[in-house]
Design a protein around this ligand. Structure first.
Ligand code: AHM
Ligand code: MG
Length: 334
């Protein structure tokens, strides 16, 4: 029988890649893994208990908060607080960033930007949801960290990852040295290395976009979608359309099978829907590390200078060849 490698074992082993690190980042990843297991437990029984459904509050983005959104938010903040390695959590669920004001944490080196439960409108119908996180190193050297510590470009990320609560639960992360995926074995309660050194195929056949917004898309996107649908054996077209409506699940599928995920600007989201700091940047870091690319249609996502905590942006992400062609359409028709 082949031996299993747990997430904890793998993190310790990989610490050797960072000779000057003192283990804080490893502990931070461990803390996120623990919270993910707790969230997984609740997501799994969402249909059974009365946490299912809407909480009746509206979050900063004006969206109805699902009860599990709040639960996941609380769990991740609690795990990061008790872990002591994180000085700020910036979360989709809170208007202001959350400073962790304990004697150990306030001098901690790391900042976590997180979407605790992405795609949560899918919970009621038993469809995969996810968690997305980005880890930054604080820039300021003393006192409480500030908003400026949070507003860093994607290229400054030291780690990023996602958890997908799907037909099985997986955690996929990068520290800038490739991408590895771990599947939760519920019988032992551990994430086990199942997808070492993940690579996104250079080209693919799947395009993922909410085509209901078609009339409001930029001309370049409309033209690209028509391109995807044209019959052409040389380029394997028409492509296949797949859209779950959970970004994590859509990008995870395309990472494995090859494809492009797009959320461009629309009339109702003139700057795009997804948030730069805790949705676009971490997914961009993972996909680039897996050999793909992530763009806002014209520029690399990770080069965008953030100005606001909840800044939104358009995203085109996935297999290199597909994203490059989409960018070409954007350039030609803008
Ligand atoms: P959320 O963070 O509020 O769940 O919103 C993000 C989600 C993504 O997971 C998904 O791809 C997208 O919103 C779906 O939006 P739409 O319903 O407009 O297609
Ligand atoms: Mg989200």
């Amino acid at each position: 029988m082949k031996g299993i490698k747990t997430l904890g074992q793998f993190i310790i082993e990989k610490q050797a890649d960072f000779p000057y690190a003192k283990g804080e980042l490893s502990r931070l990843l461990r803390d996120i893994g623990i919270a993910a297991k707790i969230v997984n437990r609740e997501v799994n029984k969402a249909g059974l208990v009365d946490i299912l459904g809407e909480a009746g509050t509206i979050n900063i983005q004006g969206e109805g908060q699902q009860m599990l959104d709040i639960f996941a938010n609380t769990q991740f903040i609690a795990a990061l607080t008790s872990g002591g390695e994180c000085c700020i959590v910036a979360t989709e669920e809170e208007e202001e960033f959350v400073p962790i004001d304990s004697p150990v944490s306030k001098n901690a080196k790391y900042i976590v930007c997180i979407d605790p439960l992405d795609g949560s409108s899918n919970i009621d119908v038993n469809v995969a949801v996810g968690t997305v996180f980005s880890i930054l190193r604080r820039k300021s050297v003393e006192g409480m960290a500030t908003l400026q510590d949070v507003l860093q470009k994607g290229t400054e990320q030291v780690a990023a990852g996602y958890v997908i609560y799907g037909s099985s639960t997986m955690m996929v992360y990068t520290t800038g040295k490739g991408v590895n995926g771990f599947t939760l074995d519920p019988s032992i309660g551990e994430f086990c290395l199942s997808h070492p050194d993940m690579k996104v195929p250079q080209d693919g056949k799947i395009y993922s976009i909410n085509e209901g917004n078609y009339v409001h898309f930029p001309e370049g996107v409309k033209k690209y979608l028509k391109y995807c649908q044209v019959e052409d054996t040389a380029t394997n077209r028409p492509y296949t359309s797949r859209y779950i409506g959970s970004m994590v699940a859509d990008i995870h599928r395309n990472l494995i099978k090859g494809g492009i995920y797009m959320y461009p600007t629309t009339a109702s989201s003139p700057k795009g829907k997804l948030r730069l700091l805790y949705e676009c940047n971490p997914m961009a870091f993972i996909i680039e590390q897996a050999g793909g690319i992530a763009s806002d249609g014209l520029n690399r996502i990770m080069d965008i200078e953030p100005e606001e905590l909840h800044q939104r942006g358009a995203i085109f992400i996935g297999s290199e060849k597909m994203v490059r062609i989409a960018e070409q359409f954007m350039a030609d028709y803008s």
